[in-house]
Design a protein around this ligand. Structure first.
Ligand code: PLP
Ligand code: COI
Length: 365
């Protein structure tokens, strides 16, 4: 399927869209991931035809044969990116090319058919264009886009599927963390790990999240908002949270974040914040950080701030860390100034309030 300048996606409008008054009400306080727009983008792949049948259509249920491969062996990948309402009333996507690339890498790791990056970008552009009225304009809100791909061959044999369904749905969202506390509390998982060397830790596949849920449930039971995972080999090095990367801010003003290396998701927010911090003249190290060091540095005051980052979480201060062997309060347990500056710099670009020196925003016409 090629795009010679025209849209590859045929458009079948939803004939029963949500009424404007109901939509306005849903947009007032959408929370995270519960409200969905009128349309979805879909495309299909088969070994014989390649990618075909790209459509924007009314969002609807799928009908799947019970023997569909994804239901058995979890050959599934996804992405998460946001469309923002700009200060001048326009709309834009943040770094969709980076999500397209990561989606391709995830597909390769899961032995799935890679989706051409142009098709990924076009699918999210076209979906946001048709569902543009669903982009919330309240502070901190955005339209969250969820591209995903599933193995659709009907077979209960263990092998890469010869057929795939690609789909994008869209969901107006507010803050990922409920409660509005200035900082979150996280739980150190010392009995579960998320990813091992050679595994799928740097792919965005549903299986990683399924594997994280027992640890996340433990975190909730312990009164924590999220779980932080340690490396699977030494159970010593901080890797990332269940759904976000982590940064540390020290008393000399420098920042540190665990290095990528196969077991951590290469977050687009992580990469963008490294660039923005360096633009501010701050030193950023991508180096391992041990959980015991985290506790010692917080106690001595060497560690001033810690924060989680991701598309859903944006930049969220971490105030406390709890675990069977750990009890850490960072700074005064609230939000720190460097975290605040980085969050403001990122949101300024994403919401079109400040210049975009790195060309990260894709404006939607
Ligand atoms: N790590 C995990 C496990 C995630 O699920 C996410 C969210 O996508 C991130 C990190 C942050 O990635 P990004 O900034 O690209 O959203
Ligand atoms: C995202 O930030 O896009 C994610 O996929 C993380 C998930 C916790 C919603």
């Amino acid at each position: 399927m090629s795009n010679d300048g025209k849209s590859t996606f045929s458009i079948e409008r939803n004939t029963q869209p949500v009424a404007a008054a109901e939509r306005a009400q849903l947009l007032q306080d959408p929370a995270f991931g519960r409200v969905f727009t009128d349309h979805m983008a879909t495309a299909r792949y088969s070994a014989e035809r390649g990618w075909h049948d790209a459509k924007i259509e009314a969002r609807r249920d799928f009908t799947l044969n019970p023997a569909t491969l994804v239901l058995h062996y979890a050959q599934e990948i996804f992405e998460g990116l946001k469309a923002y309402r700009l200060a001048d009333g326009g709309a834009a996507l943040f770094r969709p090319d980076a999500n397209a690339r990561r989606f391709r890498n995830s597909a390769t790791r899961l032995a799935m058919a890679p989706l051409p990056e142009e098709l990924f970008i076009e699918s999210v552009r076209e979906l946001v264009r048709i569902d543009r009225d669903w982009i919330p304009s309240s502070d901190g809100a955005a339209l969250y886009l969820r591209p995903f791909m599933i193995a659709t061959e009907v077979l209960v044999g263990v092998k890469p599927s010869s057929e795939y369904l690609y789909c994008v749905i869209a969901s107006p969202v507010g803050s990922y963390f409920k409660g509005g506390a200035p900082a979150v509390t996280i739980w150190v998982s010392d009995n579960y790990t998320r990813a091992a060397p050679g595994g799928t830790g740097d792919a965005k596949c549903g299986g990683n999240y399924a594997a994280s849920l027992a640890a996340q449930a433990e975190a909730s039971r312990e009164g924590c908002d999220q779980v932080v995972f340690l490396d699977a080999v030494e159970r010593r090095w901080v890797e990332e949270l269940g759904g976000m990367n982590v940064f540390f801010v020290f008393d000399d003003g420098s920042l540190q974040t665990p290095p990528l290396g196969g077991t951590i998701l290469p977050g687009i927010t992580r990469e963008s914040l490294i660039v923005l911090a360096r633009d501010m003249g701050l030193t950023v190290r991508e180096e391992p950080y041990a959980i015991d060091q985290w506790q010692a540095d917080a106690a001595s005051g060497k560690l001033r701030e810690a924060f989680a980052c991701g598309t859903a979480a944006v930049v969220t201060p971490i105030g406390k860390v709890k675990g069977r062997r750990h009890e850490i309060t960072i700074g005064d347990g609230g939000a720190g100034p460097v975290t605040g500056r980085l969050k403001a710099a990122l949101l300024g670009i994403q919401q079109g309030r400040t210049p975009d020196p790195h060309g990260w925003m894709t404006l939607l016409s």
